[in-house]
Design a protein around this ligand. Structure first.
Ligand SMILES: NC(=O)c1ccc[n+]([C@@H]2O[C@H](COP(=O)([O-])OP(=O)(O)OC[C@H]3O[C@@H](n4cnc5c(N)ncnc54)[C@H](O)[C@@H]3O)[C@@H](O)[C@H]2O)c1
Length: 325
């Protein structure tokens, strides 16, 4: 198994975004794992590596993942998310066109269009007002004529290109339009990795800042193991040019206020926070992934980790990482 990463997350977010610890963990724990120090923006290097490896399957997760940061570094964002994906797709077509290609897209390809769905305000969360929206947002949601942030727009470019390599070249590609993907190995920072960062704040007594929507904004959360299990299911039985919404669904959804309560319960500490009455640009108010399509295409796939499992594992990991440093 081969992994490619250039620790771009540390360049984007500083030392707290550093992912080298996880690279070392993989090298120590995964027999046969080989790390390649590759910048996916380096077209010649990407073409060369894939020509050498001729992979049987590709899971593309490298990205500049933050909305706010994209506005500060638009070229780095586009070069990583759009051009980097293009480099990988074309390298895959030349080296291994039969290899399933799983691309981690995002629900931000829908921009703020999901905010047009009628909502109701409950005590601790926003929720969908109409019964027909209860299961959340499916893949028929439009991806244009909405505000995305530059990050969302660069991911749209990648998403459409991944679909195109499936449709035009009949390559087995798919886009997984993620809700909140997280787990014990996330290097959560304020600008990205909401639950990981929130639990880190609770563990360390750091004040968390809530931006707008009364802290009732809802996200659905999926454990990284379940993301990997779905990628595995696609690789075993691929289709061409598909898109799937991938998240924790209603079962694993929570608002920020609900996440505070769960974090306090799991960490045994009070959460301290500030509230800023201004939402992040283009931020979703209530986003729950409708998982019907992925479950229909891959009926044996089910989520193996609950929301509580996710909190417990993230909490344990921050304690271990604090102990190791
Ligand atoms: N975490 C989420 O909630 C979430 C939600 C929706 C979609 N996604 C998508 O899932 C994917 C993974 O997200 P994540 O949360 O694990 O992000 P992450 O930042 O933790 O991981 C991305 C990895 O890519 C690496 N990287 C960055 N630039 C690179 C480059 N030029 N060349 C090589 N490697 C580079 C980083 O060092 C990092 O290890 C991304 O595509 C992201 O947009 C994530």
């Amino acid at each position: 198994m081969h992994g490619a990463d250039n620790n771009g997350r540390a360049a984007f977010f500083g030392p707290s975004g550093d992912t080298r610890w996880n690279q070392r963990r993989l090298l120590a724990e995964l027999p046969g794992f080989v790390h390649h120090e590759l910048d996916i923006r380096d077209r010649a290097a990407v073409l060369e590596l894939l020509a050498e490896l001729k992979p049987h399957a590709i899971v593309h997760t490298a990205a500049q993942p933050s909305h706010d940061l994209a506005a500060q570094m638009p070229f780095e964002d586009f070069d990583t998310n759009a051009v980097g994906t293009m480099n990988l797709l074309e390298a895959a077509r030349r080296a291994s066109p039969e290899a399933p290609f799983v691309h981690l897209s995002t629900n931000k390809v829908y921009g703020d269009a999901p905010n047009e769905i009628p909502l109701v305000e409950l005590d601790a969360r926003w929720d969908y007002a109409r019964p027909e929206d209860r299961d959340g947002i499916d893949e028929s949601m439009r991806i244009d004529r909405s505000k995305h942030s530059l990050f969302g727009a660069s991911k749209v470019a990648a998403d459409v290109m991944v679909q195109e390599y499936g449709r035009y070249f009949a390559m087995p590609t798919c886009c997984l339009r993620g809700g909140c993907l997280t787990g014990p190995n996330h290097s959560g920072v304020e600008l990205h990795g909401f639950l990981s960062y929130l639990v880190k704040c609770c563990v360390s007594g750091t004040r968390y800042t809530v931006y707008g929507y009364k802290g009732k904004q809802v996200r659905d959360n999926i454990h990284s193991l379940d993301v990997a299990r779905f990628a595995d299911a696609f690789i075993a039985n691929p289709r061409a040019g598909e898109v799937y919404n991938l998240g924790g669904g209603r079962e694993n959804s929570c608002s920020i206020l609900e996440a505070f309560a769960l974090a306090e319960q799991v960490c045994g500490k009070k959460m301290s926070y500030d509230y800023v009455d201004r939402n992040r640009v283009g931020d979703h108010i209530c986003y729950i992934s409708n998982l019907t399509k992925m479950k229909t295409h891959y009926p044996s796939f089910t989520l193996s980790k609950s929301l509580t499992d996710i909190f417990v594992e993230i909490h344990r990991s921050w304690l271990e990482r604090a102990g190791a440093s």
